[in-house]
Design a binder for this molecule. Sequence first.
Ligand code: ZN
Length: 312
Amino acid sequence: MEKVLFLKPYFSHTIWGGKRLREEFGYDEPGDDIGECWGISAHPAGESIVMGGEFDGRKLSELWSGHRELFGNAEGDRFPLLIKIIDACDDLSIQVHPDDAYASIHENGSLGKKECWYVLDCPEGGEIVAGHNASSKEEMESMIDNGEWDAFIRKVPVKPGDMIQIDPGTVHAITAGVCVLETQQSSDITYRLYDYGRLMNGAPRQLHTAQSKDVIIVPDLPSEDRIKSFQGDGKPGITELISCDKYTVSRVICDSEMSFETDADFLCATVIKGEGSVFDTRVVKGSHMLITKEGAEKVLLKGNMELIVSRT
Ligand code: ZN
């Protein structure tokens, strides 16, 4: 069995995108509006394609359907995770996601969306939107109806190395200059709550006010329950960043050679700094890979690099 499948990402071009994904991560993608790199995806809106090896050219979703042994025969009608690098050159709209139960009923059987962001880079004094300040459902609805956005939206300071968990029902937005690695459920259901009154091609983008009000959680969590800092000292080893019912995400720092064992059905891995090799295949910053069941039993790394690794 192959131990690792290297993946060719899908890129999404957006009004808030930029050039950093090409210039800093080395992706061969044209355009100055690159917003998202979907590095590990079996979502129909943007699929990863295997590069090299026995499964060269195959979609990740095809392997999930036809070669479940690669994934430890994990259960599920679809590959559960989606790993993205998001580069915001401008503010993203303020949004909120449904949970599985709401999405299943109102969004044609889609999964809900729980996600988390590991901050790769951000401006000095950077802030993101995570949460709101309404204390009751009535207050939430009236603040939205009256456009009291400054009072409603909660901005929190972020630094590189922060991990932010965005549960379904959390009002959130990435802001200009912030670059994150996002680990999420494989879903594309987003309710746009507020778009700063911006126009695209002369018209405002569609808002989903009613759905947003349905799913926003009131009252909100304290910010300290949502954000954890992992600046660290850069020492080699494995640090768990977040663990919830949908995923566990860790940071792995390798400074020469290391191996680690897991009982995961499969691992999603992205190199976020440096270069080296995974099972003797060369990888660089920006490389995305799926480590199969057999590989996940004992992962071998060499080089000077940092990876974000996730599992279900
Ligand atoms: Zn989101």
